[in-house]
Design a protein around this ligand. Structure first.
Ligand SMILES: C[S@@+](CC[C@H](N)C(=O)[O-])C[C@H]1O[C@@H](n2cnc3c(N)ncnc32)[C@H](O)[C@@H]1O
Length: 214
């Protein structure tokens, strides 16, 4: 079985983290809980990228597929600013319950719509185009999520996908499991669609792909 690879050298990762200013109390609490309980949140390096992408595009409508306790939701909700909207989605009621409390304490719950159920189906239930769709669901579902998300973006809108290097497992040539297959297929599809959308996979943390719709 292939061993997981470090994407960013640990010393470089530590250096990058040392540059990031401390987060507020609620975010710090979420990060500590995620660390303690093994909840796979994007963390502050990628969270800052989300905030920057929202600012760069002037995003006001962000759909998130796979939100867990609402950590990435908090970055998007702060990025869209007052008057912006973010759709939280997760299969777990318990996660949504915790996320509501964190986002209330973080002062952004009124910008967030909370949907519980299959994330792609939740997205289908919301009308209108999005400025950004962020995908962080179970990896076998990535190709289907990509197909569902692209028509929902406005022109110039972004699809952002986490874990697109999947701890380096995308590089293994044998024994792909369903998750690795899902991530690799998404990577092939995003890079094969230059006429309609332009993708770059950023090797930050576990790999973040940003696709801009043309
Ligand atoms: C990696 S975590 C999300 C972390 C979150 N984006 C963050 O960085 O703070 C993935 C979450 O997606 C949820 N999930 C996975 N597949 C899903 C699906 N098809 N529909 C809805 N939720 C799903 C899981 O319950 C889990 O909480």
């Amino acid at each position: 079985m292939a061993r997981d690879l470090e994407i960013v050298h640990p010393k470089v990762e530590r250096y990058l983290r040392s540059l990031v200013p401390p987060r507020d109390r609620v975010m710090a609490e979420m990060e500590a809980r995620a660390e303690r309980e093994g909840i796979p949140i994007v963390g502050p390096l990628v969270g800052r990228l989300f905030y920057q992408l929202a600012l760069m595009t002037g995003a006001k409508r962000v759909m998130e597929l796979g939100s867990a306790i609402g950590y990435s939701t908090m970055w998007w909700a702060r990025g869209v600013g007052p008057g912006g909207e973010v759709w939280y989605t997760d299969a777990s009621d318990e996660n949504a319950h915790d996320a509501i409390r964190y986002l209330e304490r973080g002062g952004v719950a009124q910008r967030v719509h909370f949907l519980v159920g299959d994330a792609v189906r939740c997205m289908a239930s919301v009308k209108g185009k999005f400025d950004i769709v962020f995908c962080d669901i179970d990896k076998p579902g990535y190709p289907a999520a990509l197909r569902a998300a692209m028509p929902r973006l406005r022109r110039g809108g972004l699809l952002v996908v986490d874990n697109t290097l999947w701890s380096g497992r995308v590089t293994s040539r044998f024994g792909d499991d369903a998750a690795t297959k899902g991530v690799k297929r998404l990577n092939q599809l995003t890079y094969a669609s230059d006429d309609s959308a332009f993708a770059v996979l950023i090797p930050l943390r576990d790999g973040v792909t940003v696709v801009v719709k043309r």
